[in-house]
Design a protein around this ligand. Structure first.
Ligand code: HEC
Length: 431
């Protein structure tokens, strides 16, 4: 790290300061932006899951006007967005954090005139992938009809049909290897793909097939694990649209989901499930600051966990997953001390986590139902009423999604089971 020398002893003008002693964009800041920011902050709005960050930070010209704002955001640890506690540092592939040294570099840069430095020392620009991040998809489904998000829409949760999967599109059942969603407009806040319409969903089952929100990556399954997709299936998009209402703000949306399949002859001996460990039977009292809701699940077989996605709505404060092992020990799997509904974050393991048969996983989430919460949200919450489970963002949910597969030894996995494992009712469609 380069330190800033405030006032050189010899009377040098600002342009004569030894370049090595000043933090500059090209030498010091640009590499950090490339590693930790440009994945989202780049032109054309191609970002994880198709969500756009408000501005690009790929050149000096783009970044300079934001220097102060960047400093504020990184100092407050709001950017890059990441919500898991230190305990799991290093475990997740999509972890987004800056070292203290990197934060200091950005702060020095912003407070010393946000200098350019010598373009000759700039790192090579990053070639960001265009098109689908999962590679050329085997199947792409659009919304069955484009959807008009009206001028007066501010916050809308709605379940929309995907194109029906016909025999022409898919001639035989195939095991899903990867799923990616692409939003069809700027006003998409979240998308979840589901086998059933959101209105009929309840927590605790696994009909969801994947979802995106700002910050979530495409979903990949390892070799040997799959989720079956059969011709004739009707899938749904659980869409969440969010924008400023007003004249001429309406837009057409036609979001898409794309699939890659395992090779036809691949041996699939594990069904990958995305299950919600959730609770729908709760009532958060009005004015309560600290209401805890829990749910748990015992895993009957040796299990491999691929990742987590904690989901609550605007009153959700935190989320914690703890494993209680059969030998009596316990381990925090994921702790999100400051949950933010705006950032539906998938925590995806670098190395999937194996847990023994008989492990119980408890998920606990805390909720606040007081007036102060309204300062943080775009929606007016009525904190004088008791809050129950419900689809609208102003109601609540408590779902600790877990992505996993079971090792059933010699027990045969049938295709029917593969399809039905994911065809049961699912939670969290309306986010
Ligand atoms: C996962 C995607 C993602 C990453 C990574 C990310 N950002 Fe952001 N950033 C966003 C989104 C989306 C917003 C707008 C929503 C918000 O402010 O929460 C935003 C907002 C901002 C803002 C506020 C803009 C405003 O309108 O005031 C700044 C500044 C910023 N980011 C800087 C950074 C910097 C610097 C980094 C890297 C250290 C970074 N971001 C990494 C997605 C990202």
């Amino acid at each position: 790290m380069l330190l800033v020398v405030a006032a050189p002893a010899l009377a040098a003008g600002p342009n004569e300061v030894d370049a090595k002693d000043v933090v500059t964009f090209h030498e010091d800041v640009e590499p950090i932006l490339q590693r930790s920011c440009q994945g989202c902050h780049r032109p054309e709005g191609v970002a994880y899951g198709g969500m756009k960050a408000p501005m690009a930070l790929t050149t000096y010209e783009e970044s300079r006007p934001w220097a102060r704002s960047i400093a504020r955001q990184v100092e407050a640890k709001r950017m890059p967005p990441w919500f898991a506690s230190e305990e799991t540092h290093g475990l997740f592939t999509n972890e987004r954090i800056l070292s203290q040294e990197e934060v200091d570099t950005i702060l020095s840069w912003a407070s010393t005139g946000a200098r350019r430095g010598d373009p000759a020392n700039a790192p090579e620009p990053v070639e960001w992938p265009t098109g689908w991040l999962i590679g050329e998809p085997d199947l792409v489904l659009d919304l069955a009809e484009p959807f008009w998000v009206d001028d007066d829409v501010k916050d809308l949760n709605i379940s929309l049909k995907a194109e029906m999967i016909t025999n022409e599109m898919l001639s035989e059942p195939r095991w899903i290897k990867a799923i990616e969603f692409r939003s069809g407009s700027d006003v998409v806040h979240h998308v979840v793909g589901s086998r059933i319409a959101a209105e009929t969903e309840t927590p605790g089952a696994s009909g969801l097939i994947g979802g995106i929100a700002p910050g979530t990556e495409p979903f990949h399954l390892p070799d040997g694990a799959g989720r079956l997709l059969t011709p004739g299936t009707q899938l749904y998009f659980s869409m969440h649209y969010n924008k400023e209402p007003g004249v001429d703000t309406g837009v057409w949306d036609r979001s898409q989901m794309a699939f890659k399949f395992h090779p036809k002859d691949a041996k699939i001996d594990r069904i990958a499930k995305w299950e919600g460990v959730g609770n729908s039977d709760f009532e958060i009292p009005p004015g309560h600051e600290n209401w805890i809701i829990g749910a748990s699940k015992v895993f009957e077989y040796p299990t491999t966990i691929y990742g987590y996605l904690p989901h609550s709505h605007l009153r959700g404060l935190d989320a914690k997953y703890t494993a209680y092992y059969p030998d009596g020990t316990e381990e925090v799997l994921l702790d999100v001390p400051a949950y933010d509904w705006n950032w539906q974050t998938n925590y995806i393991y670098k190395e999937p986590k194996d847990i023994p048969a008989g492990t119980r996983v408890d998920v606990l989430m805390t909720y606040v139902n007081t007036e102060e919460r309204n300062e943080l949200t775009v929606l007016e919450l009525d904190t004088t009423r008791a809050v129950q489970f419900g689809g609208p963002t102003t109601d609540e949910m408590m779902i600790g999604f877990i992505d996993y597969s079971e090792d059933r030894g010699d027990e045969q996995i049938t295709e029917t089971e593969g399809a039905s494992a994911a065809a049961t009712p699912a939670a969290g469609g309306a986010r």
